[in-house]
Design a protein around this ligand. Structure first.
Ligand SMILES: Cc1cc2nc3c(=O)[nH]c(=O)nc-3n(C[C@H](O)[C@H](O)[C@H](O)COP(=O)(O)O)c2cc1C
Length: 184
């Protein structure tokens, strides 16, 4: 069974809502165990436990919130012991153009530093809406395409975990038997 940790920091609740939608998406794939935890609740054991992580932070001053950065700084003794997990990022910003993609890139950089294999999503969850560098929102996800972009990130994470940790090759996005988009 594949194991996923959705790790987030949220000051006002928006990033937490994203985390819950991401977990919903991951649940669409069978035989995946999921933990959703804030940086206040999660421990290093949760990181060791998982095969894949979705990591989310509000955009603060154009980058990762200090509480999330501290979680990873505190994990430094575990550096070189958690290589090879699959990682992706998500962020809520105050408004479009506020820097959420920069925050996702900064989160992915942290994960890469720990040896994670990181990914983006090529699918569109709605008109002119995608998550190439991770799921991004302005405030909380409200519109269906916004909610769906979070679900898709979680689902794709679960797919990659299932493929690479459980050998379920049929879930690969390039496998035509597996429909990626409702309009396929
Ligand atoms: C200290 C601080 C800095 C912020 N900096 C930015 C920013 O650079 N760009 C932006 O779009 N929003 C910024 N915001 C707004 C938050 O990103 C936004 O309200 C987000 O939805 C909060 O997510 P949360 O409810 O999970 O905390 C900032 C908020 C705080 C508290």
């Amino acid at each position: 069974m594949g194991k996923i940790l959705v790790l987030y920091y949220s000051k006002g609740g928006n990033t937490r809502k994203m985390a819950n939608y991401i977990a919903e998406g991951a649940k669409e794939i069978q035989d995946i165990e999921i933990r959703v935890k804030s940086v206040m609740e999660a421990t290093r054991e949760d990181v060791y436990w998982c095969d894949g992580m979705a990591v989310g932070s509000p955009t603060q001053l154009g980058t990762v919130a200090a509480d999330m950065k501290k979680f990873w700084e505190d994990l430094l003794p575990d550096w070189q012991k958690i290589d090879g997990k699959i990682g992706c990022a998500f962020s809520s910003q105050g408004g479009w153009g506020g820097g959420a993609e920069l925050t996702c890139q900064a989160l992915l950089t942290i994960l890469m530093n720990f040896g994670f294999l990181v990914f983006g999503v090529t699918d569109y969850s709605g008109h002119q809406f995608t998550s190439h560098y991770g799921a991004t929102q302005a405030g909380e996800p409200r519109l269906e395409k916004e909610i769906e972009s979070c679900r898709r990130l979680g689902k794709r994470l679960a797919e990659w975990v299932a493929i690479y940790f459980n050998g379920r090759k049929e879930l690969h996005p390039l496998n035509k038997l597996y429909k990626r988009n409702p309009w396929d």
